[in-house]
Ligand binder design. Structure first.
Ligand SMILES: NC(=O)c1ccc[n+]([C@@H]2O[C@H](COP(=O)([O-])OP(=O)(O)OC[C@H]3O[C@@H](n4cnc5c(N)ncnc54)[C@H](OP(=O)(O)O)[C@@H]3O)[C@@H](O)[C@H]2O)c1
Length: 241
């Protein structure tokens, strides 16, 4: 029987590419999303991948959502914590709400999703947790103190939990994408993108969502069991940590 993978934020952008790549690699995939029913419906129609709506920022909703996925598809072997948001602004203009929304989704979301699947993975002596952090969690980014703090937190989460999972056959790894051509990046002013961001990327272009997805498939594999607590940078050479 094929292994079950949950991809949070799996119906759009990088997450959609991850869902499709995992399905192509033989997994039964559940793609979670927050609220964009139209995008989720279109995604399911095009790919045949089931979508499930709940917020990763809500612990009880995660417990209920995961229980539904497990009832429908079977125990979760692979969890990809991909859901993420931005609420950008310079720090002197950052509100507690902008801070809270980003921390609750991008950092606490990892706890909310991983905690409910952890015991099952331990019992079954197998699990793969793959966290999508960011280049801006590695290097910091002006205008993104909230986002950089959350994404750096994701890396600490990864390294600590990897040590706990190792003896139970569970690996926990992170991927730090650079700038990838999704809705999140299209929201950046085009002039800023073309004149300030792309010139800083040595390969001279934005990354493709599929270029992140292939790293996820690599880390999810049964024979990737010796790789844990690691961070893969996929950023076109923009930053080496
Ligand atoms: N794009 C980049 O350049 C880049 C670079 C580095 C890291 N990343 C990280 O990569 C991940 C994916 O980014 P992306 O560019 O693909 O984003 P995106 O195109 O904006 O898509 C975000 C996805 O996350 C879902 N989502 C948002 N909040 C959620 C919540 N509370 N609960 C469940 N799902 C939620 C969205 O659901 P709806 O469709 O319902 O809104 C959507 O499916 C994020 O963690 C992001 O921080 C992106």
């Amino acid at each position: 029987m094929s292994k079950v993978a949950i991809v949070t934020g799996g119906s759009r952008g990088i997450g959609a590419a991850i869902s499709v790549a995992l399905k192509a690699a033989g997994y039964t995939v559940a793609a979670n999303y927050a609220g964009n029913d139209e995008a989720a419906g279109k995604f399911t129609a095009e790919t045949g991948i089931k979508t499930y709506k709940w917020s990763v920022a809500d612990y009880d909703a995660c417990v209920a959502g995961i229980a539904q996925v497990e009832a429908d598809l079977g125990p979760v072997a692979v969890l990809v914590n991909n859901a993420g948001i931005t609420r950008d602004g310079m720090f002197h203009k950052m509100t507690p709400q902008m801070w809270g929304e980003v921390i609750n989704t991008n950092l606490t979301g990892l706890f909310n999703m991983t905690n409910p699947v952890w015991s099952g993975m331990r019992e079954r002596k197998f699990g793969r947790v793959i966290n999508i952090s960011s280049i801006n969690g590695q290097k910091g980014q002006a205008g993104q103190v909230n986002y950089s703090a959350a994404k750096a937190g994701d890396l600490g989460f990864t390294k600590a939990l990897a040590q706990e999972g190792a003896r139970a056959g569970i690996t926990v790894n992170a991927i730090c994408p650079g700038y990838i051509g999704t809705d999140m990046v299209k929201a950046i002013d085009e002039k800023v993108l073309n004149e300030r961001i792309i010139p800083q990327i040595p390969v001279g272009r934005l990354g493709e969502p599929e270029e992140i997805a292939r790293a996820v498939v690599f880390l999810a594999a049964d024979d990737a069991g010796f790789i844990t607590g690691s961070t893969i940078s996929a950023n076109g050479g923009q930053y080496f940590s």
